[in-house]
Design a protein around this ligand. Structure first.
Ligand code: FAD
Ligand code: NAP
Length: 338
């Protein structure tokens, strides 16, 4: 339990900018949280860091950084239908997916290859290809910085929404998530509704896919389409896909007949932000050390030697152009740190 002073955060976040952290400590065990916090003798603001794959640093981080490395997968309950697993917040999400697929546990195979840790998964209710983590979370355990004790929220109490949860609102900056408990199914109940998954399965001649088949296909699609942060700095989708009213969508459709949309309930439509960004001419755009990815325009990229502010400024220009052309306000998904 050693505090490291003046640490480079470049290898600790996927945008890969040269950013200095004031102090960093590695949290290996939930029981150590209280004693770790006493090491913050300068009373710096806290920053909880997982895999750093959903963060943009706009300045050096004059903070006490807690790098969550709590490990362990514990089988709490099992019957003929389900398993209940308690997973340490510092476990790597994709390694948990690999574990589940290897045991033939169903429910998270569509979320293969999402970077980051277990502890960050409930923060923004990670999701991909028609599945969200909220559908398999039983509860989230965390250290409450205000009450100075371990507490637990049930799934319902987490107020999960699209890329959203209580941890981005009422509990923002107030908790250190220590573990997440999941319920996975022993029965095969796959969601292959996304067009790209169907196309890829058809290409492989698989008509009755297994859990492992779906995970494999998702990995393949992602490796082909998304930039690998090891090769080029990025934090995945920079913006959320906006949801607009059916009336606004119909009006836009009349003007832009090719605009894609997916029903959200009966009143609203989700429009892919990537399409809007491409229509405004940003796809493949470069300025200074940053740009818009040439295959997936929802991903802003850092080519090296750049600053977080450059990404932020580019994102503001994109937001303005989409507001002007379509009357839609894009919301940033990536967490900003000043
Ligand atoms: P970090 O970036 O380290 O942290 C994110 C936020 O959570 C920060 O505010 C941090 O303080 C907080 N936090 C982290 N851990 C804890 C904890 N234990 N307790 C309290 N707060 C904590 N997301 C998706 O939803 N779907 C995708 O398909 C997807 N694809 C991606 C693809 C790429 C190439 C990249 C780079 C990112 C992608 N993302 C995706 C975004 C990212 O992977 C997720 O948001 C992921 O959950 C972030 O995990 P992390 O451990 O890296 O979190
Ligand atoms: P895509 O398949 O090109 O589709 C574009 C968007 O349209 C998706 O983001 C998705 O919204 C929506 N969509 C597509 N088919 C749909 C369907 N059948 N039903 C409902 N909505 C549909 O998307 P992509 O960019 O390649 O990403 C694939 C998946 O990985 C998506 O689920 C995406 O969210 C996820 N992903 C997320 C991140 C991130 O950082 N958050 C990064 C990469 C990929 P949804 O986003 O709501 O699914």
């Amino acid at each position: 339990m050693e505090v490291v002073q003046h640490i480079s955060l470049k290898p600790l976040h996927t945008f890969g900018m040269e950013v200095q952290g004031a102090q960093l400590i590695r949290l290996k065990n939930a029981a150590e949280v209280a004693s770790i916090l006493t090491k913050n003798v300068d009373n710096l603001p806290l920053l909880v860091l997982g895999g750093g794959s959903n963060m943009l640093f706009l300045n050096d981080m004059n903070r006490f950084i807690i790098k969550n490395e709590i490990k362990g997968i514990e089988l709490l309950e099992e019957d003929a239908d389900v398993v209940i697993l308690k997973v340490g917040a510092g476990e790597v999400w994709d390694e948990f997916v690999t574990y589940a697929v290897a045991h033939n546990y169903c429910g998270i195979e569509n979320m293969a290859l999402i970077p980051g840790t277990i502890g960050a998964a409930p923060m923004q209710n990670i999701g991909a290809y028609g599945r969200e983590v909220k559908d398999v979370i039983v509860g989230v355990e965390y250290w409450n910085l205000e009450t100075a004790q371990i507490e637990m929220l049930t799934n319902e109490q987490c107020h999960f929404g699209y890329r959203d949860s209580i941890f981005k609102h009422e509990l923002k900056g107030k908790v250190i998530i220590t573990s997440v408990t999941f319920k996975l199914s022993k029965h095969i109940n796959l969601n292959t509704s996304y067009g790209t998954i169907q196309d890829e399965l058809a290409l492989l001649g698989i008509s009755n896919p297994s859990i492992a088949d779906v995970a494999k296909v998702v990995r393949k699609i992602r490796l082909e389409k998304l930039p690998n942060p090891i090769e080029i700095g990025n934090a995945g989708s920079f913006f959320k896909n906006p949801t607009i009213s059916n009336a606004q969508y119909a009006a836009l459709k009349a003007e832009y007949p090719t605009i894609p949309g997916y029903a959200v309930g009966t009143q609203n439509t989700k429009v892919p932000a990537a399409w809007l960004i491409e229509q405004c001419g940003w796809k493949g755009h470069k300025e200074g050390h940053v740009g818009v990815h040439h295959r997936q325009p929802l991903v802003l990229v850092h080519f090296g030697d750049g600053h977080g502010q450059e990404i932020y400024d580019l994102s503001s220009k994109i937001i303005d152009s989409i507001q002007t052309k379509f009357g839609i306000t894009l919301e940033r998904e990536v967490q900003l740190y000043q």
